[in-house]
Design a protein around this ligand. Structure first.
Ligand code: PBG
Length: 326
């Protein structure tokens, strides 16, 4: 690019009307890019609000269908499903149970809304009594024994009809283990969206209240990434791609735009950004106080993720955004 400079070059020329600004906009927000996270728990007509996340609920399967129907009607193409089991144990058996909460809900969703994409979060923390994402022995989170459980969980989701599985545990080698199990079970065409660069983040606080997945001891720093590291994020993403990831995710989003940018530039894969619970909560709280404009700040944040390189936006505001940009 070569600018001769003022006064010949006047960047303001292209900003003189809304139509002109739209014409030269480099980045767009489109409803086709949105993914809405939903939280399922057993019951009927259950719609339990969560204090830290206005507008987010724990929903029984019938209510999930209602919420998903509304999202679908707004042309939101996909939901990301989390489960809150009735019972937790130290083998996360609810995660891969044939009639587990996610499995049951996926079957119902695919029956009622076949064209809505159902992405399932594959993790063990919600199903473990101790709240960690892997098997724990002697206070340690074990890597390799956990892989088998994650692979079983992913296959059981695929078997129930999940369109995409999304491992969020951050164990080493889990994408390969899941790919092998899916292929073994005949799910050759089920894509993996891996939480490839997932940071140990304080922005997950409100989520853990919704998903009831706060660790009972310690923290997740022995498996999730250190916020200080960007080169390591690139190695994490490269590994997941080698192991068979079809879509890679960066999480959180807003504080990690540099990672999104580098990942998209280096690998060129479909790249997802997860605007996590704490990001959502901050916008909601400030908006409730009347300190910021919720709509403008939400749209600007998501546009920034697109500008950084994200193709897919996972956001609790997906339905509002769909209405706003219509
Ligand atoms: C489960 C998982 C978490 C999130 C998505 N999947 C929480 C965590 O890792 O503790 C966070 C999502 C959010 O904060 O919105 N491992």
């Amino acid at each position: 690019m070569n600018y001769p400079g003022f006064p010949i070059s006047r960047p303001r020329r292209l900003r003189t009307s809304p139509a002109l600004r739209r014409l030269v906009a480099e980045t767009q927000l489109n409803v086709a890019q949105l993914v809405l996270p939903l939280f399922a728990r057993s019951g009927k007509k259950l719609r339990r609000p969560v204090e830290a996340m206005p507008g987010v609920f724990q929903l029984s399967p019938d209510e999930i269908v209602r919420e998903a129907t509304a999202a679908h009607a707004l042309r939101v193409p996909a939901v990301l499903l989390f489960g809150i089991p009735d019972k937790k144990d130290d083998r996360a058996s609810g995660a891969y149970a044939k009639n587990g909460i996610v499995q049951t809900t996926v079957r119902l969703l695919k029956k009622e809304l076949p064209s809505l994409l159902v992405i399932t979060d594959v993790c063990l923390c919600e199903y473990m009594a101790h709240g960690h994402c892997g098997i724990v022995t002697g206070g340690k989170i074990l890597n390799d024994p956990t892989l088998k459980l994650l692979a079983r969980t992913a296959a059981s989701h695929a078997e129930s009809g999940a369109d995409i599985v999304a491992p969020s545990d951050m164990m080493d080698g889990r994408v390969r283990a899941i790919r092998a199990e899916l292929d073994n079970e005949g799910f050759l065409d089920t894509p993996i969206m891996s939480y490839a660069a997932k940071f140990a983040s304080a922005f997950y606080g409100p989520f853990r209240e919704v998903a009831e997945s706060t660790p009972k001891f310690g923290d997740r720093r022995s498996y999730q990434m250190d916020a200080a590291n960007a080169n390591e994020a690139m190695r994490e993403v490269a590994l997941d791609i080698q192991e068979g990831a079809d879509i890679v995710m960066v999480k959180p989003a807003l504080a990690y735009l540099d990672i999104i940018h580098r990942v998209k530039k280096e690998f060129g894969l479909p790249t997802a950004a997860y605007a996590v619970s704490g990001e959502h909560a901050m916008i909601k709280a400030a908006a409730q106080k009347g300190w910021i404009d919720e709509r403008a700040v939400t749209l600007e944040s998501l546009l920034a993720m697109r500008r950084a390189g994200a193709d897919i936006l996972i956001t609790y505001a997906a339905m509002d955004v769909a209405k706003w940009i219509k």
